[in-house]
Design a protein. Structure first.
Lengths: 304, 163
């Protein structure tokens, strides 16, 4: 039998209860963060299941690809790899030179840091927020505030970690800011997201600052969150309106934020296993050389 | 009068689960703005069909789940869900007997209300969110989904005799 009248507590009372509960939850949001993380871990299966169609689509496009398509792709990748490896040869040389020079100057040597490839399993469906969810979580060592990049540039930073997933706030989100530097002349600024996926802006930049359209913005390493030197965006237009207090500068993020599928998680403080040793050796050899040189020069000085 | 047996609980929660799944499924950017609010629609159906079992507190719980899944401030969607389902429960008898087109128009306006509440609370809690027409596109797509979803859920309810 279906009761016609709802018995028990009345609807109005239930509504009041629900409203009070949600308001309390909203107010105590900061304090509930640990519970939220564990609940989020519990809900991970939903996220993984929701990603299944995407995975199936990927899989089917892989298995149903024709031989011609694959060979064309293969050729393109080969060409790309050739170009890359040529650049890498020069880069390796430059890197060693850089390590040596830095050791000579006595400044800290940049170590290559540990990186892990992560897959995007969910993107924001909310038009006001821009984030993605990755399939790596606390169990893989992901931490709050960790920088995330893709092949072209900085994607964002981790803002929420659960056991097996993590949420990355994109650089284009309106609550995201990232310290940047212009490669051409080392002018520093902070790039804020606008909520628009292909637009970030530099706020509070004086009108006479030397920034022009086409400038490349890279992370400045200030703020100790993002490691130095990753490309962030390219300046698209600069307007210096007399009526405004500051120059209005818009830039386009280099990372393909609207179609990212795989990203790199970076651990700036943990050195990568393979390159760490060689850099260390170079530094050591330079230091011993320096030591012997200084000994020799003092000896010469004494001799004269 | 307490003879009515609560059965088919599993079926109902399975539909909620699927609704949540569709709600967060990754979609291309162009289709994304048209994503119907699956979970709200499922909640509206069950609140309309069985208001004595699935009502405001269930909706509030679903809202909390969705907030956590979407990484928003917990409570925003819980509030919006509760308000929408309150309206549905109040008028469940009438809603059930409306012709389908009228029903779907009402559901569409409920979805509009839902998005307005979410927008407003977000504006108060998070701040600095520009209002956009994009906000109301799901209300349009939800109309078409409702036609289909109503039939599917009604058949499910009859098949498993959920009362």
């Amino acid at each position: 039998m279906k009761p016609i009248f709802v018995r028990g507590i009345s609807i109005q009372f239930r509504l009041a209860l629900a409203v009070i509960l949600s308001v309390v939850l909203m107010i105590s949001n900061q304090r509930l963060e640990p519970y939220r993380q564990s609940l989020s871990s519990l809900l991970t299966p939903i996220q993984y299941l929701a990603n299944v169609p995407g995975v199936l689509l990927d899989w089917s496009s892989e298995t149903l690809a024709t031989r011609d398509m694959l060979s064309a792709q293969n050729k393109q990748l080969m060409r790309q790899q050739l170009l890359m490896s040529e650049r890498l040869q020069r880069f390796e040389h430059l890197r060693q030179e850089n390590v040596r020079l830095r050791a000579l100057l006595g400044s800290p040597v940049h170590m290559d840091s540990r990186k892990v490839v992560a897959e995007v399993i969910e993107v924001a469906s909310d038009p006001f927020r821009q984030y993605v969810v990755l399939n790596q979580g606390a169990s893989n060592g992901v931490y709050h505030g960790q920088p995330v990049v893709d092949a072209q540039g900085v994607v964002g930073q981790v803002v929420e970690v659960s056991k097996f997933t993590s949420r990355v706030l994109l650089v284009s989100d309106s609550t995201h800011g990232i310290p940047v530097r212009v490669t051409r002349n080392d002018v520093r600024a902070i790039a804020n997201g606008t909520g628009d996926i292909d637009d970030i802006e530099l706020r509070h930049v004086a009108k006479n600052t030397d920034i022009v359209a086409g400038d490349l913005l890279v992370t400045s390493g200030l703020g100790n969150r993002f490691p130095e030197g990753y490309p962030v965006a390219r300046v698209m237009n600069v307007s210096r309106d007399e009526g405004q207090n500051y120059a209005v500068i818009n830039a386009q993020p280099l990372a393909a934020l609207d179609r990212i599928r795989y990203v790199l998680l970076i651990w700036p403080d943990e050195p990568a296993v393979d390159t760490h040793l060689s850099e260390h050796l170079i530094k050591q050899s330079v230091e011993t050389q320096l030591g012997s040189n200084s000994v020799a020069s003092t000896a010469n000085g004494e001799g004269q | 009068m307490s003879a009515h047996v609560a059965n088919g609980r599993l079926v109902v929660w399975l539909t909620f689960f699927l609704g949540a799944m569709f709600q967060i499924m990754p979609l291309p950017k162009i289709v994304e703005v048209w994503r119907p609010d699956w979970l709200v629609l499922v909640a509206i159906y069950w609140a309309m069909a069985l208001p004595h079992r699935y009502n405001i507190l269930t909706a509030c719980f679903l809202g909390v789940l969705l907030d956590i899944l979407l990484g928003a401030t917990v409570g925003i969607r819980a509030l919006a869900f509760s308000l929408v389902i309150y309206v549905v429960v109040m008028h469940s008898q009438r809603l059930r007997n409306f012709p389908r087109w009228q029903q779907s128009l009402l559901v569409s306006s409920l979805i509009c209300g839902y998005h307005l509440v979410v927008f407003w609370v977000q504006y108060v809690v998070v701040g600095e969110t520009p209002i956009d027409v994009v906000l109301f596109l799901p209300a349009i797509s939800s109309v078409f989904i409702w036609w289909w979803l109503f039939l599917v859920l009604r058949n499910l309810r009859r098949l498993y005799n959920v009362r």
